[in-house]
Design a protein around this ligand. Structure first.
Ligand SMILES: O=c1nc[nH]c2c1ncn2[C@H]1C[C@H](O)[C@@H](COP(=O)(O)OP(=O)(O)OP(=O)(O)O)O1
Ligand SMILES: [Mg+2]
Length: 526
């Protein structure tokens, strides 16, 4: 964990990637290769593509809308995986956010300066990037003596976005477009648009084999890895991270290109609308307020997870995110009164939290009250799980549990996790939704695994042969009490979306994706 700007950041939080379309996937592919354990959220603004010909002020506004959307998903770092957006907005965004913000231009320029042998560097980019002079500036900042020749290649983005990037037409367009640059005999050429690496074989052919091509996306991911390490924000999970993709256009075409390019099946792709997001910096707490709540308008739903436990909140984000529901937690709101858990049952406490916070916020709220019941301890710690030894001190709680179980043989260490969820919507009084979930397991003698939270390292599921802390988030969710309760909730949502403020023909998946995408290592590398 690291703290920046007074806010505790979570190494397991996702990294956000934004682009005008699918081009940013070339950067995501690098991230999956170089940083496979990181959780990834990608947003492509295909509905408003291309960004290249647009005025810089408009690109900046669109970019902020993408950024503000991803900020509601609690990203720990942001990569502007688009050269045009980086040229127009990187300075503004990185100066205002309290997370690392990395653009593609500086890393790309740095790499070109490093490898150039003849001091003659070419840059191929969109009109917007060329007009900004951002690469010239970044390269000359490193070494003013280098020659930089820039060329705009406006047609390349549409070749890629129309999935034509392997065609004969593409080959011909690339050769014709690059002829004036080839005539200047650069020794190094920057592919200054994240769409262009998909055309790499044709670009190389047009410029000649002697030219070194720079993929700024690749360099950006190197820099991202360094920054995360430096800030203590790298995800050290022992399994591949989760990957969620959002597009402002239709998911179908996006899925085709993304599956092909990333070598991933079962991509989790969802449509989102971002035009209502603020087009400039606002505090995270204000972002929720800008999203319409009404089911009748069919707009996005926001729910506040009434929990101060970041481990829990993550599991809710993983559940609601793919269903297109924005998630806030109590950490996003200042000056909230604390609701005490004075009940004697999970249901009473979950109701107290859901109703208390919903009343204070005037928003739909979901609360979770959960705990561990150990048979040999007559169901303890149960409702008091969080306060068993120390107040929310996981280490002390686990130590007390172990001490109380000393000498109890394996076969008698059976236990059950329970969760009760209560959903309260101020727009639908007297229509609270209440569901339960349980999972059976056994308490180990030694902790195992680094994932999850609370009692997870000691909660062993015999059928799976591991503790919940040894499972990836998706895997834990498949078996856990919370996963089971959320599946019960999902069934109710699918049956009656309007009850949850969702549009009637909800396009959400009926069950959560349980397949973890695999990275195909065999994909061509340079
Ligand atoms: O999946 C789980 N894996 C491991 N441990 C878990 C899990 N789920 C709940 N637990 C433990 C944490 C806490 O010691 C107690 C819940 O207490 P509980 O009051 O519901 O939550 P909390 O106080 O941590 O957060 P909050 O009330 O703000 O939601 O059971
Ligand atoms: Mg609690």
């Amino acid at each position: 964990m690291d703290s920046k700007g007074g806010k505790i950041m979570d190494a397991t939080a996702p990294i956000g990637f934004i682009d005008s379309g699918v081009g940013g996937l070339t950067v995501v592919r690098e991230a999956l290769r170089q940083l496979p354990h990181e959780n990834v959220l990608f947003l492509g603004d295909q509905a408003r593509l291309p960004y290249g010909p647009r005025p810089a002020a408009q690109v900046r506004a669109f970019t902020w809308q993408m950024v503000n959307y991803l900020r509601t998903q609690h990203i720990k770092a942001l990569v502007i995986a688009c050269n045009t957006a980086t040229a127009a907005a990187w300075h503004d965004i990185q100066s205002r956010l309290d997370i690392p913000v990395i653009g593609v231009i500086v890393p790309g320029a740095r790499a070109a300066v490093k490898v150039s042998t003849g001091g003659n560097i070419g840059v191929v980019a969109t009109e917007g990037t060329v007009a900004s002079g951002a690469y010239d500036d970044a390269i000359h900042q490193q070494n003013p003596a280098l020659t930089v020749s820039s060329l705009a290649a406006p047609k390349f983005v549409s070749l890629v976005e129309s999935n034509e990037y392997r065609s004969a037409l593409a080959k011909q367009v690339v050769a014709t477009t690059l002829a004036p640059l080839a005539a200047k005999h650069p020794d190094t050429v920057v592919m200054g648009c994240t769409h262009y690496p998909l055309l790499r074989p044709f670009i190389q052919a047009a410029l000649g084999d002697d030219v070194t091509l720079i993929d700024p996306g690749r360099e950006t991911v190197v820099e991202l890895g360094t920054v995360l390490d430096y800030l203590g924000l790298a995800n050290h999970a022992d399994h591949d991270g989760s990957r969620h993709f959002y597009t402002t256009a239709s998911p179908a075409m996006f899925k085709d290109i993304a599956s092909d390019w990333l070598g991933l099946d079962h991509l989790d792709v969802h449509h989102v609308d971002i035009e209502h997001e603020p087009d400039h910096f606002v505090a995270v707490a204000e972002l929720g307020a800008s999203i319409p709540q009404s089911a009748a308008t069919g707009h996005e739903q926001t729910v506040v997870v009434a929990s101060k436990n970041p481990g829990k909140v993550r599991e809710f984000v993983d559940f609601f995110g793919p269903r297109g529901i924005n998630v806030r937690s109590l950490a996003d709101f200042d000056d909230l009164p604390t609701v005490d858990e004075t009940g004697t049952t999970f249901l009473e406490n979950a109701r107290l939290k859901a109703r208390g916070y919903s009343e204070a916020l005037g928003l739909p709220v979901i609360a979770d009250d959960s705990g561990l019941m150990i048979d040999a301890l007559d169901g303890a710690p149960g409702v008091l799980s969080a306060r068993y030894a120390g107040d929310h001190n996981d280490a002390a709680n686990n130590a007390k549990m172990l001490a109380n179980l000393a000498g109890v043989p394996t076969a008698k260490r059976t236990a059950h996790f329970h969760t009760t969820l209560v959903w309260v919507d101020p727009a639908r009084p007297d229509d609270d939704v209440e569901v339960d979930g349980e999972v059976d397991g056994r308490i180990t003698v030694m902790p195992a695994g680094d994932n999850g939270f609370g009692y997870d390292p000691f909660f062993y599921i015999p059928e799976q042969g591991k503790t919940m802390a040894e499972m990836s988030p998706a895997e834990k969710n498949r078996y856990s009490h919370r996963g089971n309760a959320l599946r019960a909730l999902a069934a109710l949502m699918d049956a009656d979306p309007v009850r949850f403020g969702l549009p009637k023909q909800a396009q959400q998946p009926t069950t959560q994706p349980t397949t973890e995408p695999q990275v195909n290592e065999d994909l061509e590398e340079e």
